[in-house]
Write a protein that binds this ligand. Structure first.
Ligand SMILES: [Ca+2]
Ligand SMILES: [Ca+2]
Length: 176
């Protein structure tokens, strides 16, 4: 496992833990939904609902797959299995990736403006300089927009343990 992937897994855990109690629990995922949807001004109700559903689904999949001691929460130790079994979470991450990327494109032209991207990613909990660095890595067009597809693919890669040398690395550390 590459160093980048290990650091990314640690960041994934830290940002999932929205209530900061050191474990992953159901409340984390409702908080995440609220924060991101709070930044998704103008998105259609169906897109908002699909995003909230994707997070509920993801939590259910994580709980079912990782809660080894059955206490209803996922400890950092239990989360380590996420890194070892990427296939287990692929579908849930996939659904989430499409739902989140769709929130970036309320007018449906297939493009996401930098401000919108910044608002949604700040809602998730990333740091502003990392968000800009990631946006730039996606190769924005002359009007400073990226495609919904490139972001959705980037989200999928970010949540695929073991991948390294991907745009999502910019969320962990900005390359010199
Ligand atoms: Ca938590
Ligand atoms: Ca547990």
């Amino acid at each position: 496992m590459q160093d980048e992937a290990i650091k990314r897994a640690a960041l994934i855990f830290r940002l999932f833990d929205a209530n900061g109690n050191g474990v992953l629990d159901a409340e984390d995922f409702t908080l995440k939904a609220d924060r991101v949807l709070g930044a998704a001004e103008g998105s259609r109700p169906e897109a908002r609902e699909a995003f909230a559903d994707s997070l509920r689904n993801w939590w259910e999949v994580l709980l079912k797959g990782l809660d080894e001691n059955g206490d209803g929460v996922i400890s950092p130790k239990e989360f380590e299995a996420f890194v070892l079994d990427p296939a287990l979470f692929g579908r849930a991450a996939d659904r989430f990736a499409d739902a989140l990327a769709a929130l970036g494109d309320p007018d449906g032209d297939g493009l996401i403006e930098r401000d919108r991207f910044l608002a949604l990613m700040t809602g998730w909990g990333f740091e502003v300089p990392n968000i800009h660095s990631l946006f730039d890595a996606f190769g924005p067009d002359a009007a400073d927009r990226i495609t919904v597809t490139s972001w959705a693919d980037g989200i999928r890669d970010y949540y695929t343990p073991g991948l390294a040398g991907i745009p999502g690395d910019h969320l962990v550390a900005i390359p010199a």
